[in-house]
Ligand binder design. Sequence first.
Ligand code: GLU
Length: 281
Amino acid sequence: MRARIALAGLAVLALTAAGCGAGGDESSIVGKESLVIGVKPDQPGLGLKKRDGVYEGFDVDVAKAIVDHLKGAGQLPQDVTVRFMDAPSSEREKLLQSRKVDFIVASYSITPERKTKVAFAGPYYVAHQDILVRQNQTGIRNVRDLAGRRLCAVDGSNSDDRVQKERGIPITPVQSASYSECIEKLKNNEVDAVSTDDLILAGFAAQPDNRNLRVVNARFTDERYGVGIHKTDIEGCEAINKAITTLYQNGTIPKLLNKWFGGTGLNLQDATSVPQFEGCD
Ligand code: GLU
């Protein structure tokens, strides 16, 4: 009998040590004392790692606002520590599945294929795919004009598939690791166009040394930007959905969009009401 009680005591201890005790489920971000958040390091206006190592941009501010809301709702400790890390397009699912990050806010479109691997809160914004060309490139006016052109294709991103697979437009893909690499290739005449989300393109086009680039302004998709989270963390996903609702109701998201993209000529009118949520499972 005594041995059994001792064993039961050990089991309780083991569970508590693993974080599964009264404090909640260890597999959720809710209640965690430290968080790692994945963002883009090289997309100006969205997620950019500055020379001093500090990240800035719309996605970074959305992530911070979510954390603040969760703190206010008692779902994160007041002294929670937050660290940002790079989440390139090709690594996002892996980073979540291996729990190297707690959640991701990185121009991350919700897609049925990705939903088999990770869960998404949100969307917190609906972007639209558009096209970026060199100023003097007048032959590309819409997505069909990309036929036969060299188009930048970023590993792990869905943008080239939207053109090639979904619309059947034959392009010559030029594989690249990131959109910042695509911009260099566009400037060096190694590709004819970069096609991805208007927010990403507007952020690059607004840079002083990219004055020779131009957004075509021919949107052709809806890109529902989700907060990626581990597939089993339904509690965390639902908590983030509540945060996003509040961030629309109190005007934070429109304010942040205006802060980062107000001067870029992008139409931000649609972003005043909370988008239709995806659902966490
Ligand atoms: N939103 C698109 C995607 O998630 C393109 C941008 C990106 O790769 O970050 O694939």
